[in-house]
Design a protein around this ligand. Structure first.
Ligand SMILES: Nc1ncnc2c1ncn2[C@@H]1O[C@H](COP(=O)(O)OP(=O)(O)OP(=O)(O)O)[C@@H](O)[C@H]1O
Ligand SMILES: [Mg+2]
Length: 332
């Protein structure tokens, strides 16, 4: 369904010296610099898969998606989406895809949402009966009815994202590209969006390519994970393999009264029998551990017995850390 073969993308940027002198100099000679955003990536995606496409900021995720949607032209390599070269046939390609960029809306700012959907129906030539079925399903699934008469510019971020997601599915696309669809949303809305994505995938067998910095999105949705680092794909495989190695890693962050290196020493000793890392970061004592080996309650109760804990929080290991580990260790 999607074939990406040896694709690279470079951007040429022109550097300017700062200040007036720089501006004048820039008129005559501009300093060129090449940024290799994506380097020789290859993969295939089959119908119905949900791909979690992850990587650190600037790794090349959005650039990859923009090439698959036809917005950007690869510097080299081939992309075929449903037999079509996206950047050469942008309109044909657009008929079969839905796109949501979390950072900006695809909807018309001043139009009531309802009208936006009617216009999309006309643009994509969706038959009445099909449209009605989809419209009812999507507005119900994403609970859009309460604000459907409002102009898009008056919607909250969570409402807008749900509206965008519904819009992207109205014309029955084969593929849904979601670039950070849960960014900036509260836990409840994130959950609703995840449920909706799952439901749409099951009901219509739509292929989903999802980028996110939220590991919970990945855990709940992805059937396969691709990790990109500095433009290169460093992992492409099952979620299970990643989970086996990293999934049960948690980080406990403790604000302790009078925090010092001594706390690090004591806790390092306490954790000595387990895979772990203890350090002071951002003014907090951070303990990274594998929860298969020791329960968070055991660590917490030890700390609380011995120190005055002002605050604590528990986090999944973030993507940056997983990428770092993968890069040095690899997944077995
Ligand atoms: N139009 C452009 N011109 C110049 N450089 C660009 C352009 N678009 C992207 N880049 C550069 O390409 C690299 C990859 O960017 P990209 O947006 O694909 O990253 P990303 O993985 O989506 O990151 P994020 O998680 O922050 O969204 C970055 O170094 C970025 O600065
Ligand atoms: Mg991006």
């Amino acid at each position: 369904m999607i074939q990406v073969k040896n694709v690279s993308k470079s951007f040429t940027v022109y550097k300017k010296d700062s200040g007036f002198k720089g501006a004048v100099k820039g008129l005559f000679k501009r300093q060129k610099e090449e940024i290799k955003a994506v380097k020789d990536i290859s993969f295939q995606i089959n119908k119905g898969e949900i791909i979690g496409y992850i990587g650190a900021n600037g790794a090349g995720k959005s650039t990859t998606i923009k090439m698959m949607t036809g917005v950007l032209t690869p510097s080299s390599g081939q992309i075929l989406v449903g037999g079509v070269v996206p950047h050469e046939n942008r309109i044909e390609n657009a008929k079969h895809i839905g796109v949501v960029f979390g950072q900006r809306t695809q909807l018309w700012w001043d139009l009531p949402l309802e009208e936006t959907y009617t216009i999309l129906k006309e643009i994509y030539n969706v038959p009445d009966q099909v449209f009605k079925e989809r419209y009812d399903y999507l507005t119900d699934l994403l609970e859009i009815e309460p604000f459907i008469k409002q102009p898009v510019r008056t919607l909250s971020l969570g409402q807008r994202m749900r509206a965008d997601l519904a819009a992207s599915m109205l014309h029955n696309p084969d593929i849904l590209y979601l670039d950070e669809p849960t960014i900036g949303l509260d836990v409840m809305v994130k959950e609703r969006i995840r449920k909706a994505i799952k439901s749409m995938n099951q009901k219509y067998n739509v292929t989903v390519i999802l980028t996110t910095h939220d590991m919970s999105d990945i855990q709940e949705l992805a059937t396969r994970i691709m990790i990109i680092d500095k433009g290169e794909i460093i992992y492409d495989g099952s979620k299970e393999a990643i989970n086996k190695q990293f999934g049960n890693t948690r980080q406990l962050s403790l604000k302790i009264d009078g925090l010092s290196d001594q706390h690090v020493e004591v806790m390092t000793q306490f954790m000595a029998d387990y895979e772990s890392r203890v350090a002071i970061e951002e003014g907090a004592l951070k303990i990274t551990f594998n929860q298969d080996q020791i329960a968070v309650a055991d660590i917490l109760s030890y700390v609380m017995e011995n120190y005055r804990v002002l605050d604590f929080s528990l986090q999944d290991q973030n993507i940056e850390e997983i990428v770092k580990k993968l890069y040095t260790g690899g997944v077995s």
